[in-house]
Design a protein around this ligand. Structure first.
Ligand code: MRU
Length: 344
């Protein structure tokens, strides 16, 4: 599988996803500012990939610290974490990685600066490798939900490009393909930034998965007339009661799925659950530049001055979700109880 993110020669190497599907371009982020901008501009994106990017960002931002003063090092570590935390607010994986890094001095109270640097390096690669195994485990659990002949739907990009190298929702498709299941995927284009059209359609066609691209407003008719059997999406943050934030448009798909009696599955690792948040309305939702809506692929499609509402995510209430597919298995209702049981 393609590697979305790597750490090479003291730089965070990413695939610049704003260039896809036209060009596959790797970009080395050699400064924290470059990485921060790459995250903000969605050059690297998707909740688990942001978790890995944050971990490597802390590694990059702390390795050059000069001197032996532990207190000064901890101050510098926290500064790096505070800065990366301002890049994007919704995907909790990013914050979980930063939290893990901030914990290092507490876990190694007598470590020298060199020791702490070593611990940070080890943790960053652990976060990276864990994502790879966890995505494959989710894929294996989720593949059991797919039957021969199924027509499935997805939104945004929850694939290799949104993780280190395999995907959450699309990982389920890859695992089903490995088991020789025959199925088709309808990918919603995902306005305004077209992650479905640019990234999911690119990834799935490369993987030789039978894929049909639709615009978002075709989802209802496709569900009704094409016999969609299940919807699989990723998530950016899931509250303790099972309310799940994901790409804008996910909530609409869940409402439509309910109306048509179609199961709606959210595929996400432990690191996407935020048990400190009790319900979806407490999840911070990123609002992005109005230009993203006034334009389409860089071209104006609306009056320059028209008001715009541009939330990057929405929250799907837990009652519209059939089950969560996680690395520990499939979590069914009642979510408040089952999420707690499986993760605490
Ligand atoms: O704004 P993006 O492209 O970062 O949004 C990504 C999504 O909403 C994904 O569905 C989510 O992060 C899950 S990725 C495995």
């Amino acid at each position: 599988m393609i590697r979305t993110i790597q750490y090479k020669n003291n730089a965070v190497r990413i695939i610049d996803q704003t260039k896809l599907p036209q060009k596959l371009v790797y970009k080395d982020c050699r400064s924290l500012r470059t990485l921060w901008l790459a995250i903000r501009r969605l050059e690297v994106r998707g909740a688990p990939a942001l978790g890995a990017a944050a971990a490597f960002g802390v590694l990059m931002g702390t390795q050059d610290f000069k001197g032996e003063d532990r207190k000064l090092f901890i101050r510098s570590l926290n500064k790096v974490c505070d800065y990366l935390a301002t890049s994007r607010p919704t995907a909790v994986n990013l914050f979980h990685s930063l939290e893990a890094m901030r914990m290092m001095p507490w876990l190694y109270p007598s470590a020298s600066v060199a020791g702490l640097k070593g611990a940070i390096r080890k943790k960053a690669f652990e976060i990276y490798e864990t994502d790879r195994t966890v995505c494959r485990a989710m894929g294996d659990h989720g593949a059991k939900l797919i039957r021969n002949g199924d027509r499935l739907m997805t939104i945004c990009n929850a694939g290799a490009l949104a993780t280190v190298d395999y995907g959450t929702a699309l990982g389920v498709f890859y695992s089903a393909q490995k088991r020789n299941k025959r199925f088709e995927v309808f990918a919603c284009e995902t306005r305004p930034l077209l992650q479905g059209a640019r990234l999911t359609a690119w990834e799935l066609t490369h993987a030789r998965i039978n894929t049909t691209l639709i615009t978002d407003n075709m989802a209802a008719v496709v569900m009704r007339d094409k016999g969609i059997r299940a919807v699989f999406t990723g998530a950016d943050r899931i509250a303790a009661n099972g309310d799940a934030a994901n790409k804008i448009g996910t909530y609409g798909l869940a409402v439509l799925a309910k109306h048509h009696g179609i199961p709606f599955y959210v595929v996400a690792p432990r690191t996407t659950f935020d048990l400190s948040i009790l319900k979806g309305s407490d999840i911070p939702i990123e609002e992005r530049d109005p230009q993203e809506v006034r334009q389409l692929a860089g071209r104006p499609v609306a009056p320059k001055t028209v008001s715009v509402f541009n939330p990057a995510f929405d929250v799907t209430p837990h009652d519209l979700i059939t089950a969560f597919v996680t690395e520990r298995g499939i979590i069914k209702k009642p979510f408040k109880k089952t999420i707690k049981q499986i993760f605490s």
